[in-house]
Each structure stands twice: as C-alpha cells, then as structure tokens.
Design a protein around this ligand. Structure first.
Ligand SMILES: C[S@@+](CC[C@H](N)C(=O)[O-])C[C@H]1O[C@@H](n2cnc3c(N)ncnc32)[C@H](O)[C@@H]1O
Length: 266
C-alpha cells in the first residue's frame, strides 16, 4: 500500500516537474517565502545537510553554493525531479551535493550511515508521506545531537483561505484542508495529501520545538494571484510585514504555511 501511494505521488510530481521552475519564477510570493525559509536555515552553521523533497533542486544548489565546505544530500520521490536537480547540480559544477530517488524510509539505504546536523523540508514533502509520525521519528534518528530539523507544512487551519473561499461560495474548497485527505492545490489534478495542525506536527516529534512561524496569515496565499495583482504594492508589503510581526504568535498558526524548527539535545 505504501509503495502504491509513493508511486502515485512520484507520478504526480513527474508531471509537475515539466514547468515547475518556470511557474516558480513567475510567483514572487513563493520566492519571498522561500527566502524566509532559507534565512532561517542559514542561522545555523552546518557541515552535513539533508533535504527531503528537493524538487528541481533550488535549495540544494543554493546551500551547496552558500556552504561550500558542507555536504548536502537530498532525496525526492519523483524520478523526474531527481533528473532535473542533478542537471542543475552538474550545471553549477557542485561537488558537495548529491541527490537520490526515494522517500524518508529510503534515506538510510540511499546514503548508508550518514548523519546530519541540518535536515530541512521546504514546500510540502511531509504533507505526502505515508506516516508523518514515523517519518519525523526517522528524521530525528538521522539527526546528530545539537542538529536542527527545519520542517515546513501546508497548514490545516488556514482561516484566511476559509473566509476567501466561503465568500466565493466555494464551501467544499473552503473546508477541504480539514478533511482526512486533502486533494492538493490543483482543482483538476488530485494528489492525496494531508494537512496538519500545529498540535499534530508537534505531537509527532519527540524533540523540542524551539521556533515556529506561520506565513500568509493576512498576506494572501501564493495561489491567490488575482488578489495579488489587484492589491497595490504598498498594501502587499504592509501585509507581509504585518504577518512577520505576528507570525510566531498564536495567530501565526492560522496561516497558509508553517515552519517549525526542532532541535536535538547535545
Ligand atoms: C511542492 S514540491 C517542492 C519542491 C522543493 N522543495 C521546492 O521548494 O521547490 C514537493 C516535492 O517533494 C517531493 N515529495 C513529495 N512527497 C515526497 C515524499 N514522501 N518523499 C520524498 N519526496 C517527496 C515531490 O516529488 C516534489 O519534488
């Protein structure tokens, strides 16, 4: 069953890979959020990092360039994403980055015996794992003492989205994240995923969460392109900064996206 599920996730992302980079470079909200994820990871000086679900490898390439003395490994379930990321790594002539195909369960066999002082997941791979608790436990096992797990998730309680979709009369879509299975972002291409609340993520880990923040609390989510187009730039900036101010408070847990930083004791 697990293999069947991962086959479907891999197939979905094989197709998604075709114009993934192009779509990303057209969306400045995604770029802002990634920048913030990266800044958080860059707070730490790591020697050995692992990325789960690297897509075309934006961050593998970025961190391999920013930390030339660090080793960066990655796994991704999609063969096509692995191929593209590998091309990008070769294009940038990076000798400190390696990518392999697989999910969390395959990391040990793909990179036997390797342990990490930084493990990060940007934009969604943990919303499509077979068992979140088992996956986080495995990542904790691969983490060196003192190391950090920087995990990001599509959030369950995106209240702004519930309000916007309800105002449009799209009630099924408004509450779709609260269901056991969420169909993913695309209204036409179903991807069985799960959205998690802050309580669910934290109770899946045995480590202490030293930082958390939300994104797109008042700033419209990345896929509300029409709203972004209509808002004057000043207002967008104001909303982005407002979000940054409240992102670590209780209100922050109602954003579209969440970042959690768990640290393993030395
Ligand atoms: C939305 S994309 C994000 C890609 C990249 N992290 C980024 O920020 O651009 C999600 C990626 O995670 C991968 N993925 C999804 N589920 C996964 C899983 N269970 N294990 C490993 N990779 C997974 C997908 O193949 C895809 O490349």
């Amino acid at each position: 069953m697990k293999a069947n599920y991962y086959k479907k996730v891999g197939d979905y992302y094989d197709k998604d890979a075709i114009d993934f980079e192009h779509r990303y470079w057209e969306n400045d909200t995604l770029q802002r959020i990634r920048q913030s994820f990266r800044e958080h990871v860059r707070n730490y000086n790591f020697n050995s990092a692992l990325e789960v679900g690297f897509g075309p490898g934006f961050d593998i390439v970025h961190f391999a360039q920013t930390f030339p003395n660090a080793k960066i490994n990655g796994v991704d379930i999609s063969a096509e994403m692995v191929r593209i990321a590998n091309e990008n790594i070769i294009h940038e002539d990076l000798k400190n980055a390696r990518v392999k195909q697989g999910s969390v369960e395959d990391i040990e066999s793909q990179f036997p015996g390797e342990r990490y002082d930084m493990i990060y997941v940007f934009f969604g791979a943990l919303n499509t794992v077979n068992d979140l608790e088992a996956s986080i436990k495995e990542l904790e096992r691969l983490l060196l003492p003192g190391g950090n797990l920087v995990l990001t998730f599509v959030n369950k309680w995106y209240v702004g989205g519930i309000i916007i979709e309800s105002l449009k009369g799209k009630f099924v879509r408004a509450f779709s994240r609260l269901k056991k299975i969420w169909g993913g972002y695309s209204p036409t291409n179903f991807l069985a995923s799960k959205c998690y609340s802050t309580r669910e993520v934290k109770s899946s880990s045995t480590l202490s969460c030293k930082y958390q923040r939300g994104y797109s609390i008042f700033f419209p989510a990345w896929y509300y392109r029409g709203i972004h187009r209509r808002l004057p730039n000043k207002i967008r900036l104001f909303l982005w900064h407002l979000d940054s101010k409240i992102s670590s408070m209780k209100l922050g847990t109602l954003g579209e996206y969440m970042l959690y930083d768990f640290q393993k004791k030395r």
